[in-house]
Design a protein around this ligand. Structure first.
Ligand code: GLA
Length: 390
């Protein structure tokens, strides 16, 4: 009888434990991530103006609860602000900026100079002929002047240049670099753009933002930019390390090295654009991406293999996601003296670009909030770090 009782109690306790662990938490039990990390760094998210347009109060409440910094997903990119020579669009961008400012959030401008999402007329004249060197400089100057003046006093920091460094540590022969004449113009472009940003956005922090910064050869290129600007007396306040990473990459030591080497140059470090890809064959996301977007991989026979979690994330992958977020945030928290902000590229899984890239039409789970806005286990692991490490 006694033994039966004991087994009963143990069983009841086990059931209670299991149901407690899996019971959805009430919103009141969920801490605000920005509050948990308030003594460490800002917590940001990239949003679209649509997401902060008042259409979905529940969603906006979630944003306001967890984040104290916002980055515009697309609204402040050249193709959005200035799609044609005679057209400027400010409405959506202003909506994003107004929302962020109204709620006292650190408001990012993203991005002034990039090879992507920039219309061809920035580089070619109206007849389609390549612009001259002086015309390109003037295009940069007038664009930066117009945009920085429009947002004066309303944007706290600009990603001045995005993704200009190649994987080998030189300059990518694309966009502005290509238009100016190739890699050897990279240093000049970087200096010119940061000088204009300093001139037209004097009260705004100025950052360089890049992906795959963990890769040692690429890190060298980023460090070169910071050193060069400092030597020339041109202001740069920080470097954003984009974190479009996966369950198994990059190696943590590379992340640590990148944070420490950038910080050693005396600029702020930001972890920008974090999302953790849980799907197969995206180990080197950006590179494999070009191959995987080939139509042959959208064929039926690949669907099951490439898109395995359409009906939900299996518990073992939920755990891997939690483990990965936890180990990364431990690194970030240990470097909180030099990290100024950690920004997620999106708020909830359904809104992530990782559902469409590098393979279109998949179901991915890269963020801390699920499609129904409930937190992943990863959220609770991340939220527990500051308390446990004190
Ligand atoms: C890059 C850019 C972002 C965004 C993401 C993918 O990393 O910096 O603006 O386009 O890719 O969505």
């Amino acid at each position: 009888m006694k033994a039966f009782n004991r087994i009963g109690i143990v069983l009841a306790a086990l059931i209670a434990l299991i149901s407690c662990a899996s019971a959805p938490k009430e919103p009141a039990e969920i801490p605000g991530l920005k509050d948990v990390y308030k003594d460490a760094f800002k917590i940001g998210a990239a949003v679209s103006s649509f997401e902060v347009s008042g259409r979905n109060p529940e969603y906006e409440a979630l944003i306001l609860k967890h984040f104290n910094s916002l980055t515009p997903g697309n609204e402040l990119k050249p193709e959005s602000l200035h799609p044609r020579p005679d057209v400027w669009n400010w409405e959506r961008a202003d909506r994003y900026v107004d929302f962020a400012k109204e709620h006292g959030m650190f408001t990012m401008g993203h991005t002034l100079c990039w090879h992507n999402q920039t219309p061809e007329f920035f580089w070619n004249d109206e007849k389609g002929n390549p612009k001259s060197h002086d015309e390109l400089v003037e295009t940069l100057r007038s664009y930066i002047e117009t945009v920085c003046t429009h947002f004066k006093g309303r944007v706290d920091a600009w990603d001045v240049i995005n993704e200009i460094v190649s994987e080998q540590g030189g300059y990518r022969d694309k966009g502005w670099v290509h238009a100016f004449g190739g890699e050897e113009y990279g240093d000049e472009i970087v200096k010119t753009v940061f000088r204009f940003a300093e001139q037209y956005a004097p009260d705004t922090e100025l950052y360089y933002n890049e992906f795959n910064v963990w890769r040692p050869s690429k890190l060298e290129g980023v460090l070169h930019i910071v050193k060069m600007l400092k030597e020339e007396g041109i202001r740069i306040d920080g470097v954003g390390i984009q974190a479009h990473w996966g369950l198994n990459y990059p190696k943590n030591q590379y992340v640590v090295d990148a944070i420490e080497k950038i910080a050693a140059l005396g600029v702020k470090v930001m972890i920008t654009e974090i999302d953790i890809d849980v799907l197969p064959l995206t180990r080197e996301g950006q590179v494999i991406g070009q191959v995987m977007s080939d139509p042959q991989f959208q064929l039926e026979e690949f669907k099951e293999y490439l898109d395995p979690y359409r009906d939900g994330l299996p518990p073992e992958v939920e755990k891997q996601l939690a483990d990965r977020y936890e180990e990364l945030f431990k690194i970030f928290y240990d470097h909180r003296d030099v990290i100024d902000r950690v920004t997620f590229w999106g708020v909830q899984d359904g809104g992530s670009w990782k559902n469409g890239y590098p393979v279109p039409g998949r179901t991915n789970y890269p963020l801390l909030f699920r499609r129904d806005l409930t937190p992943h286990d990863a959220f609770f692991r991340v939220a527990a770090i500051p308390k446990n490490k004190k």
